[in-house]
Design a protein around this ligand. Structure first.
Ligand code: GLY
Ligand code: MN
Ligand code: MN
Length: 380
């Protein structure tokens, strides 16, 4: 009896907290963008903000669905096909069977709201025009930047999913040497990597796996191909798991067989660059300065100008979620942002090394979410 009572109280508190969270997000966007309602359309282009505001993270595709955020909370307008998935959340769920019903529900949900926020960043032109036609004469406002500002700061539920996504990818990075054998092709090893992620609970790839052997590792965004593994090759793998819609993004570089002096020098140069970058990270630091410092170090070695990309990017619902550690733009880091730290050096025709981890910014430092081994170059 007593036990039941406590269980019930716990459950109620959980529901309350969840609803409270949603309400806070809804309230925040209405206030910061100064709009009466926000309409998110998961239309021709997937809009990840649909998941952000509804927290429908546990099943459902919601193609063509809408989220209407107003003082009343979050309303989800979705088809009968997605009804069960939509009811897993704590939003009001409105079901349509036809296109006309969807339009009617949208007009009702926005009611008399005058200033309506839309996410211009992901709406196609045709969806934008269609929405305006359905809702009629009102004031439409671009709220994409305001939403992104909110999304940059992760809450507990988001961090929980990101930690799990990072854990899956880290475990897989650590066991991948077990599957390397002479003659295996890049796409075979990439397939094994995917299998190992899925059997650990990944719901999807965060992005197409980069599995690069030997000289292919010099191409930062190589994918994978038929190249066979030979002794002395670099093996660079850049991949991530998606878990309840949140992503991880990790890179590890190995050598198959004995590493040459050049390979070792490249590896430890990149490792030191990453250490310098991570050490600088904390709330209040400018991402631009981190990128500059990391590159300053690389440029002081024989690998001058061989780091041909930024040090890192924001991570979350999207893999390239927002601007991160780049000398091209200022970003003052805040607590609970999650960014990657991924220096690399690339020598065309020879190979490349990149080491990438995901970190959460704290007041005085970082929580490193990914944990795969990296401190010694692994010779397989
Ligand atoms: N996987 C692409 C990147 O690391 O940004
Ligand atoms: Mn990556
Ligand atoms: Mn990355």
């Amino acid at each position: 009896m007593r036990e039941w009572y406590f269980k019930l109280a716990f459950f109620k508190r959980r529901i309350y907290r969840h609803a409270f969270n949603l309400h806070m997000n809804a309230k925040k966007i209405l206030e910061s963008a100064d709009v009466d309602a926000v309409v998110i359309y998961n239309g021709s282009n997937e809009d990840l903000n649909f998941y952000y505001f509804t927290r429908l993270l546990y099943g459902g595709i919601f193609e063509g669905s809408l989220a209407v955020i107003s003082e009343e909370g979050v309303k989800v307008i979705t088809s009968i096909l997605e009804e069960q998935s939509a009811k897993k959340g704590s939003n009001e769920v409105l079901i349509y069977r036809t296109g006309e019903e969807r339009e009617k529900l949208l007009r009702e949900a926005v009611g008399s709201a005058n200033r309506i926020g839309l996410n211009y960043a992901s709406l196609s032109m045709s969806d934008f025009n269609r929405l305006k036609k359905i809702m009629g004469e009102r004031e439409y406002v671009d709220v994409s930047e305001k939403i992104m500002e909110m999304r940059m700061i992760k809450d507990e539920e988001e961090l929980k999913n990101m930690r799990e996504a990072a854990k899956i990818a880290s475990e897989v990075a650590d066991i991948m040497p077990d599957f390397m054998k002479e003659g295996i092709r890049e796409y075979e090893l990439a397939a094994r990597l995917g299998y190992e992620m899925f059997r650990r609970g990944a719901e999807d790839f965060a992005f197409t796996t980069i599995m690069a052997f030997g000289e292919n590792a010099a191409e930062p965004h190589y994918l994978s191909g038929a190249r066979k593994l030979k002794r002395g090759d670099f093996v660079l793998m850049d991949f991530g798991a998606r878990y309840h819609h949140y992503n991880s993004d990790i890179t590890r570089t190995f050598v198959f067989g004995r590493a040459s002096e050049e390979q070792k020098e490249m590896y430890y140069t990149v490792l030191e660059a990453q250490r310098i970058g991570i050490e600088m990270l904390r709330a209040g630091v400018n991402g631009r300065d981190v990128d500059m410092k990391v590159k300053e170090y690389i440029n002081s070695t024989k690998y001058k100008d061989r780091m041909i990309h930024s040090t890192g990017h924001g991570l979350g619902l999207a893999v390239h979620d927002h601007i991160g550690l780049t000398s091209l733009k200022d970003l003052i880091l805040k607590e609970n942002m999650v960014v990657t730290v991924e220096p690399g050096v690339y020598i065309p025709g020879f190979g490349g090394v990149r080491i990438e981890d995901d970190v959460r910014i704290l007041k005085d430092g970082v929580e490193v979410l990914t944990s795969a081994k990296k401190n010694e170059l692994i010779e397989v």
